[in-house]
Design a protein around this ligand. Sequence first.
Ligand code: ZN
Ligand code: ZN
Length: 395
Amino acid sequence: MSAPFLAEAALLHDELSAVRRDLHMHPEPGFQEFRTARIVAERLDALGYEVQRGVGKTGVVALLQGGQPGERTVLLRFDMDALPIQEENDVPYRSTVPGMMHACGHDAHVAIGIGVATLLARHREQLPGTIKLMFQPAEEGLGGAMAMINDGLLEHPRPDVALGLHVASNYDVGSAVVREGALLAAADHFVIVVRGQGGHGALPDQTVDAVLVAAQLIVALQTIVSRSLNPLEPGVVTVGAVHAGEAHNVIAETAELRGTIRSFSEEARALLHRRIRELAAGVAAAFGATIEVVIHRGVDPTVNAPAPTAVMRRAAAAVLGAEQIDSGFQTTGGEDFSAVLERVPGHFMMLGARSDARTGFPHHSPHFDIDEACLPLGVAILCDAAVRCLNGEHE
Ligand SMILES: [Zn+2]
Ligand SMILES: [Zn+2]
């Protein structure tokens, strides 16, 4: 199988690495990607795209009308935001912003996006349809995808299929994950406030100890996944923060628990939410406390549709070789591209970005880095998949 864009993409390696390193040195937090968005918009403008700035605050949308007749529109998505993490890498392109770092690889996504834009513009005359590029702000928990959707991302024209990717430091360069169905989880979070009755640490019988009640609830919450959820269904309930008490001889009146909930189906999600509330009510009743539970719905599961998945698999196999594609991987991480994939069928791929120990640190680690050899591979796969979709292969 030949990979039509691979040779051209390979020639972009140095340029895309330079783009990525520049972005890496100048990371910007969600909804503040002003410099990044300006660079993106200027490059797309120069390539002949019809560019719309300020979509979802700092997002950029760009259209390219192909030279051949065709009614289809293919959306390609790239996120741009960095994270509030102090970079620990000693590299020439180290972050110049204290406490801010591209620790998830979104700098690489922007570079890949510019590479895709470059090659598709170069082949514009042969494209039967419309390319719509989505450069998204604020993927890391702030709802950038939804902000762009609310600003009309999916209208004029409405995409027929949506494609995206994420670099992955747990996969070697030259491999990828192309999975049908749920790839990433729904990610919700909760705040639980336990109210007891404070008092003297030496006179516990005159109090309702919020710390003890919180401790009972923390243990009880661990039974949700182990005893209430179908064992064949993935799920996570994590209490990540506990705040209570100030002094060794005072019984705390309140305790606050914060945590995250991960699930892959609405049924499992509803069960996890319901059991958290039921256990809180039961523990409160048992100990004479009151417990308030607030659950914030976050991103929905990222679900890859069958036909676009088949297209992405063909494109990835053409570039990387079929034996390099993992179809089974699933992760309890979350991703807000799910908001697009709920409205438009499509595929979200994981692209291997590791080549040694230095590039194998987990995402969101202060040591996170990638092997830039993955950049041209991502460009070639997305260009190939986009052209296949313009030709209706995903239908
Ligand atoms: Zn991330
Ligand atoms: Zn990410």
